[in-house]
Design a protein around this ligand. Structure first.
Ligand code: UGA
Length: 421
C-alpha cells in the first residue's frame, strides 16, 4: 500500500523504513529541508541500530523516499501516519502545536480529495486528542469520517536503540478506531507481524500508551526506592530484584535500580498524564512520587562520591557515559545532565567520554572536556552513568569508581560504590 509519513523524526523514520521493509511504498514528509536531503542520501539524522542499512536498502529499491512536498505525497497515498513531535510545556501539558498544524494541512487536502484517506495518529497524544482532531478535520474540510476519511490511533512502543527489532517483534499492536472497516485496513497494513492485535476505541488506545510508559516508569522508581533502602542496609538491590522478578506476577524487566530514568518519553509522558489527571480534578499521588523520586535519584551519586572526596572543588572527576541509556546518542532528560550540573556547581574539573553522545552533549556543555576513555580513567574518581557494553572491557584497578549503572568489571576498582548496591 502507499503510505505517507508526516514527520521524519525518530518514530516517523523508523516506522516508514520498517513499513517499506514490509513491502509498502512510503513517502516520508518533513518541513526540514536538510533532514530530507540527508535521509535521501542514506544518512539518518539520528543514531539507531540497523536504521542506516534498512534506509539505504529501501531507498535503492524505491520503496522509501523523503520529501518536503506534503501535497504531492498525499495525492498518491491511501494512508498517512502522523508522527510529528509532541513536546512538553513547563506545566507538564503536552504541546499539540505540531499536531494541530498537521491536521490543518490534512483538512486542506481532504477538501479537494476524491478518494478516501486513512489517517493514523502515531505521535503520543493525551487521551481525547483523536476526538478533538476529528472535530477539527470535519469542521475545516466539510468531509465526514467513515465516508471521506478514517481517523485512527495507533501508538508506538519502540525503544530507542532497539526500535527496528521492536517494530518487527511487537508484543502488541494497538488500534484505536471508530469502525471495524478502518481497523481492518490498518490490520492489513501490518499483516506479517507477530504480536496480539488490540482493537479498541481511539481514546482507550491513547490511554494505553500513557499507562504503558507510566507503569514501566513506576517499576523503575520502585526499584530505586527499594535500592535506596538496600544501600543503607548494605544489600545489593540487584539480588533482591532478581529474586522478586521470578514471581510471575512481578517480572524482572525494568527493575534495574540506578540513577533513574531519562529519555524523551518516560519523564514527559508521566508528567503529561499527571497534568491530564489534575485537570480532571484527580490527584495522581503515586505518579507524582514516581517523578519526584526520579528527579532526586541522579544526585545519589554525588553523595556517594563525597564519601571518598568530601571536597569536590578543583578535583578532576571523570564521567563514563552521557546518553540516557546505551545504544543511542540521545541525551534528552539524561541523568548525566543533573550530575554534570552538580559537579560544575561544586567547582570540579570534568572530563567525559561517551561512544555516541559527546557531540550532542557538547552543544549543552561546551565548557567541559571531551576526552578519551584512558583520560577519563586517569581522573581522581570515575562516575559510570550509562551501561555501555564497552565499559566492561576497561581497567579500573586502583581507581575510585562510583557506579550509577551496573558495570561488573568496575568492581575491581580500589574503592567501588554502586548507588543502590
Ligand atoms: C520507552 C519505552 O520503553 C518504549 O516502549 C516507548 O515506545 C518509548 O519509551 C516511547 O514512549 O516512545 P525509551 O525511552 O527508548 O523507550 O527507553 P527505555 O529503554 O524504556 O529506558 C528509559 C529509561 O529508563 C532509560 O534512562 C533507562 O536507563 C531507564 N531504565 C530502564 C532504568 O533505569 N531501569 C530499568 O530497569 C530499565
Amino acid at each position: 500500500m502507499n503510505v505517507s509519513i508526516l514527520g521524519c523524526g525518530y518514530v516517523g523514520l523508523v516506522t516508514g523504513v520498517c513499513l517499506a521493509e514490509l513491502g509498502h511504498t512510503i513517502i516520508g514528509v518533513d518541513v526540514d529541508k536538510n533532514k530530507i536531503e540527508s535521509i535521501n542520501n542514506g544518512h539518518p539524522p539520528l543514531y539507531e541500530d540497523k536504521l542506516p542499512e534498512l534506509l539505504l536498502k529501501n531507498l535503492k529499491n524505491k520503496k522509501f523516499i523523503a520529501t518536503i512536498d506534503l501535497k504531492s505525497a498525499l495525492s498518491s497515498s491511501e494512508f498517512v501516519f502522523v508522527c510529528v513531535g509532541t513536546p512538553q510545556l513547563d506545566s507538564g501539558e503536552t504541546n499539540l502545536d505540531f499536531i494541530n498544524s498537521a491536521f490543518t494541512s490534512l483538512s486542506e487536502e481532504l477538501k479537494t480529495r476524491k478518494i478516501p484517506l486513512t489517517i493514523v495518529i502515531k505521535s503520543t497524544v493525551p487521551p481525547g486528542t483523536n476526538d478533538l482532531m476529528l472535530s477539527l478535520l470535519e469542521k475545516k474540510s466539510g468531509k465526514k469520517e467513515g465516508v471521506d476519511f478514517h481517523l485512527l490511533s495507533n501508538p508506538e512502543f519502540l525503544r530507542e536503540g532497539k526500535a527496528i527489532y521492536d517494530f518487527f517483534n511487537p508484543d502488541k499492536i494497538v488500534i484505536g478506531a471508530r469502525n471495524k472497516n478502518a481497523s481492518e485496513r490498518l490490520k492489513n497494513l501490518y499483516s506479517g507481524l507477530p504480536g496480539k492485535i488490540i482493537e479498541t476505541d481511539p481514546k482507550t488506545a491513547e490511554m494505553i500508551k500513557y499507562a504503558n510508559n507510566a507503569f514501566l516508569a513506576t517499576k523503575i522508581s520502585f526499584s530505586n526506592e527499594i535500592g535506596n533502602i538496600c544501600k543503607k542496609l548494605d544489600i545489593d538491590s540487584y539480588n533482591v530484584m532478581d529474586a522478586i522478578g521470578l514471581d510471575q506476577r512481578i517480572g524482572r524487566a525494568f527493575l534495574d535500580s540506578g540513577i533513574g530514568f531519562g529519555g524523551s518519553c518516560f519523564p514527559k509522558d508521566v508528567k503529561s498524564l499527571i497534568y491530564t489527571s489534575k485537570k480532571l480534578k484527580y490527584e495522581p499521588k503515586l505518579l507524582e512520587q514516581v517523578v519526584e523520586l526520579n528527579e532526586k535519584q541522579p544526585l545519589k551519586i554525588i553523595e556517594l562520591l563525597k564519601k571518598s572526596l568530601p571536597n569536590l572543588k578543583g578535583r578532576t572527576i571523570g564521567v563514563l557515559g552521557l546518553a540516557f541509556k546505551p545504544d543511542t546518542d540521545d541525551i534528552r532528560e539524561a541523568p548525566s545532565i543533573k550530575i554534570v550540573d552538580a559537579l560544575l556547581k561544586e567547582g570540579s574539573k570534568i572530563v567525559v567520554y561517551d561512544p555516541k553522545a559527546m557531540d550532542n552533549f557538547k552543544k549543552l556543555y561546551p565548557q567541559i572536556k571531551y576526552v578519551t576513555v584512558e583520560e577519563v580513567i586517569r581522573s581522581e574518581a570515575v562516575l559510570i552513568l550509562t551501561e555501555w557494553k564497552e565499559f566492561e572491557s576497561f581497567n579500573y584497578k586502583g581507581k575510585i569508581v562510583v557506579a550509577g549503572r551496573r558495570i561488573k568489571k568496575a568492581r575491581e576498582a580500589k574503592i567501588y560504590e554502586g548507588v543502590c548496591w
